[in-house]
Design a protein around this ligand. Structure first.
Ligand code: NAD
Length: 327
């Protein structure tokens, strides 16, 4: 292990689209030294390593004796094997979402991290989004009765090795589980394969033991991006817009208002202050804090598992639905 004094050595495994940003954040983080980057594609590894003035390796195993912690930012299908090797080598791991493809793989990693007493954090980055931070700081989040999420993205040549549920919908599923804090008792879902040979558009409905209902829509074939979550509580309706970075709150005010000739309880609209932040930087700082033992990981392996469990149920429902259509 290479901790020099109080400085932690970080590595990044997989420096494609997202991994390069992880490497940049570690390179600039106080108390952290970027120890090296690894990518199966030597040209990619070399380019990012050169940009940041560190060593590049093709085989990530060569990095493990040089670092205290790593980000695993390889395609999802490879997370289980790569993270397992890192934990076995005694390295703390921040793994991108979804943590694995299967629940069994996720369980194995959680148990291994516990045995090895290493931090395992999962990259559900929306927890660090300025709107979610603002909502939490406001103290307004109570007991949601209904949640409605839209995560509609224009088509991009990225993450096509997985369906839209594993790629996009999992962000909202993680947030919903974080907001509702009750057990999911029922999952209904439909979806369609349109152009990629995997499900590109999906709708799911989650029912919770406490009566809350969440409706989640995800698409990677949208004409225009839309990333919004509406939370309905008995005392307020809260709307998070992830693209605009705004949080709008509508609450019952004193007295009445007249809407289209009808007398209704008055509604008072306000906007929460949303301080700008860099979610990836916050996420990785939080991971480093957890490695230093300052706090538990903000998004633990168990959180990653919980999101994956619901997403697996959603995918199973969609699979059954599309199979019914085919026969
Ligand atoms: P990418 O294809 O751009 O990059 C992946 C890189 O990993 C490639 O350069 C590839 O050569 C390398 N690689 C593959 N197997 C490897 C191995 N065994 N060892 C070393 N390198 C290896 O993919 P991406 O878009 O950066 O996505 C990577 C991961 O990040 C995925 O799990 C994806 O779901 C996740 N992701 C998360 C978010 C988010 O919002 N949190 C956004 C984008 C991607």
């Amino acid at each position: 292990m290479s901790a020099m004094g109080n400085v932690l050595a970080a590595g990044v495994i997989g420096v494609g689209y997202l991994g390069r940003f992880h490497a940049q954040k570690y390179a600039r983080m106080p108390g952290v030294r970027l120890g090296g980057v690894a990518d199966l594609n030597p040209e990619r590894a070399r380019r990012v390593a050169e940009e940041l003035g560190v060593a590049a390796v093709a085989d990530f195993q060569a990095l493990l004796s040089e670092v205290d912690l790593v980000s695993v930012v390889t395609p999802t299908q490879s997370h289980a094997a790569v993270v397992e090797a890192c934990l076995l080598a005694g390295v703390h791991v921040m793994v991108e979402k979804p943590m694995t493809v299967t629940l069994e793989e996720a369980r194995t990693l959680i148990e291994l991290a516990e045995r090895q007493q290493r931090v395992l954090q999962v990259g559900h980055i929306k927890r660090f989004h300025p709107t979610v931070r603002a909502l939490q700081a406001s103290g307004l989040l109570g007991e949601p009765r209904f949640i409605e999420c839209h995560r509609l993205a224009p088509f991009k040549n990225r993450a096509l090795d997985v369906d839209v549920v594993l790629d996009l919908m999992i962000h909202d599923v993680d947030l919903i589980l974080h907001f509702v804090r009750s057990r999911v008792v029922d999952v209904e879902a439909v979806g369609a394969e349109v152009v990629t040979g995997r499900v590109d558009i999906a709708h799911a409905r989650l029912k919770f033991a406490n009566g809350c209902i969440a409706h989640v829509a995800a698409s990677r074939l949208a004409h225009e991006a839309r990333r919004q979550t509406r939370i309905f509580q008995t005392d307020a309706m809260i709307e998070l817009d992830f693209s605009e970075q705004t949080v709008m709150v509508r609450r019952r005010g004193p007295g009445e208002m007249v809407l289209d000739g009808v007398r209704l309880p008055a509604i008072v609209e306000s906007r929460l202050p949303v301080p700008r932040n860099d979610p990836l930087e916050e996420e990785l700082r939080s991971f480093v804090g957890a490695v230093r033992g300052e706090h538990p990981p903000e998004v633990s392996g168990s959180d990653g598992y919980a999101a994956l469990e619901v997403v697996t149920a959603i995918r199973r429902e969609i699979d059954a639905f599309t199979r019914d259509i085919r026969v």
